[in-house]
Design a binder for this molecule. Structure first.
Ligand code: SAH
Ligand code: AVI
Length: 331
């Protein structure tokens, strides 16, 4: 598949550099239409994240049912020192899918990286988060990059010399199918120099009851997050999805070890995306997200397939969530 054309522009805002490498709009259109024209309709989960989607995700992280964020935070706080020893001081810390950059705050004072590189697809939210972080940490160089990290074959241009560490928390890797996850991790190897590493957060397989509660919260924030993808598609595609005509549905697929999120059409309906009509039967779904859960063994396999060795792992007492430090094996 040809690489999407990249249009770059760079802004300097105090101690923040903001580079926007937005992939061209034509490919977004193709990607969205082809997903909706498949027998099982789907929309890539990256389209959750317009500014409203990023804000809704932040609300999800505070829900009582959504254990991943608070559990990973506890691990990062407890083991920051040990993690910092692996990363070393003055590293260039790169975070794909940085969102609000909340979690990195738990490491910065201990890790003391020379530069922090938040990368996200949600442009305005990224810019706002990067500026806020740079204000709070005036000693830190922040180089924010708006990009689709899946298409980022190398580390962004213009980073200073030094050991590179990729910080990839939140189990964002879990939103990829295992083969894609392994390929993506393998590609991260090209972002590092010889002695670099990856500090990664991975959600663990556990009881269906705990998992399904985390994706079906009582306040309905996850439902709003799921439905918001249609608002974003309306904007991106000049489409006319009526959000009231879809329901949120999330369940744990125990055979595939993944939460699946879908939007269920409440009625037979026709939706226009620009000049293209897409029809829905009542009960038909759009698959919007997979969130894979790993066992220690299945994550080890993914990491090894990607050319990494797991150097150290940290988990909470209940083994709900895990953080790992990976290094390239062929050193
Ligand atoms: N790292 C944060 C946020 C995780 S939410 C945490 O652990 O809490 C996932 C983040 O990844 C969102 O901010 C979303 O905008 C971003 N994201 C998802 N897919 C992406 C892609 N393909 N390219 C760039 N950013 C992506
Ligand atoms: C970003 N990602 C790891 C979250 C997850 O749990 O898969 C996104 C999310 N979807 C619903 N709730 C949260």
């Amino acid at each position: 598949m040809p690489e999407p054309a990249l249009v770059s522009n760079e802004e300097q805002l105090d101690n923040v550099v903001f580079s926007n490498l937005h992939p061209s709009g034509v490919d977004k259109h193709k990607e969205i239409l082809s997903g909706l024209q498949n027998r099982q309709k789907s929309i890539d989960s990256k389209y959750f994240y317009d500014i409203r989607g990023s804000e809704l995700f932040e609300q999800i992280t505070e829900l009582p049912e959504y254990y991943p964020t608070r559990t990973e935070r506890q691990i990062l706080i407890r083991d920051a020192k040990a993690m910092a020893e692996f990363c070393g001081q003055n590293c260039v810390l790169i975070e794909p899918g940085s969102g609000s950059s909340e979690k990195v705050r738990l490491l910065l004072d201990t890790l003391r990286p020379s530069t922090y590189v938040p990368m996200d697809i949600s442009d305005d939210f990224l810019k706002q988060s990067a500026v806020q972080l740079a204000e709070e940490y005036p000693w830190l160089n922040v180089h924010a990059v708006c990009t689709d990290f899946v298409h980022q074959e190398k580390a962004p241009e213009g980073l200073p010399a030094g050991k590179r560490v990729v910080f990839y928390p939140g189990s964002t890797l879990g939103n990829m199918r295992p083969a894609d996850a392994s390929a993506f991790l393998g590609n991260l190897g090209h972002w590092l120099n010889q002695d670099g590493g990856v500090l990664i957060g991975i959600d663990m397989h556990k009881s269906t009851r705990i998992l399904e509660a985390a994706y079906n919260d009582e306040q309905g924030v996850t439902a709003a997050f799921n439905l918001n993808i249609l608002s974003n598609i309306n904007t991106l595609m000049n489409a006319n999805f009526d959000i009231r005509q879809f329901d949120h549905h999330a369940f744990y697929n125990e055979e595939k070890y993944r939460i699946e999120m879908h939007l269920v059409s409440k009625a037979e309906q026709m939706v226009k995306l620009g000049d293209t009509n897409i029809s829905f039967t009542r009960g038909e779904t759009i698959h919007t997200e997979n969130s894979y859960k790993y066992t220690p063994e299945s994550f080890k396999e993914i990491a090894q397939d990607a050319g990494f060795a797991i150097n150290s792992s940290w988990t909470d007492e209940q083994k709900l969530f895990s953080v790992h430090y990976l290094e390239l094996r062929n050193l």
